[in-house]
Design a protein around this ligand. Sequence first.
Ligand SMILES: NC(=O)c1ccc[n+]([C@@H]2O[C@H](COP(=O)([O-])OP(=O)(O)OC[C@H]3O[C@@H](n4cnc5c(N)ncnc54)[C@H](O)[C@@H]3O)[C@@H](O)[C@H]2O)c1
Length: 237
Amino acid sequence: MNRFENKIAIVTGAASGIGRATTTRLRSEGATVVGIDRDPVDAADLAIQLDLLDLSSIGPAVAQAVDAYGRIDVLCNIAGLGHFARDEDETPENWNRVIGVNLTGTYFMSTACLPHLLESRGNIVNTASTAGTNAQPWSSAYSASKGGVIALTQTMAITNGLSGIRVNCVAPGGVDTPIAGQFNPPEEVDHSIMSRIMPFDRMAEPSELAAAFAFLASDDASYCNGIILRVDGGMQA
Ligand SMILES: NC(=O)c1ccc[n+]([C@@H]2O[C@H](COP(=O)([O-])OP(=O)(O)OC[C@H]3O[C@@H](n4cnc5c(N)ncnc54)[C@H](O)[C@@H]3O)[C@@H](O)[C@H]2O)c1
């Protein structure tokens, strides 16, 4: 398949896990990929290191991508943080960090790319989670951020749909990536509710999520707009 020949994609979270696998997948199908991450990116054609909590760094990064390649066809917002906390222990700092990266970072990456996507009639693929489509314990900030990504996806899909832009969202279940280390259940809680977030059968490989991002970003998904594609191996079926 060469679905992304002559296409320029930006992928956030490109240093690790699902973002890295999506970078590799899009490139294998012909895309030129600009990889953005707080950590060094080794899988992209052009790597830009930035912290999405620093919103002032987003505009210059998008400008750098456009200077390099002249256009943007696809934006995959994949960077994200995990976080578990008992509600009574949550801090404003952690709440703001999780919402800041997962939701605010996603939104302002999208607005910075929007003028270029309007020109190319391109598309955006966001990253929610099964924590946003159903309840997940000990993760009010994370779940709120992912529920916000779902609302954002649907809102931007209809706001911009008549201009030829599609905005969709992948909602992964358990995927075998380093983020799992950020979901340690708090001490002295009832672990029986862990069953709500146990994968059905097995965890996914990052490449299985990359396939979903590549589908939604491609012309194969030309009639998909505002959809939330749950990729969870049946966990929430
Ligand atoms: N792995 C799972 O089980 C799972 C499940 C549901 C949703 N997700 C979502 O998938 C996305 C990718 O996660 P992953 O599993 O690949 O985890 P990961 O930890 O492997 O990758 C996340 C990437 O985001 C980057 N990042 C984090 N904070 C950043 C910041 N402030 N600025 C720039 N980059 C930053 C990290 O450096 C990392 O490279 C996240 O949005 C996550 O919430 C993952």
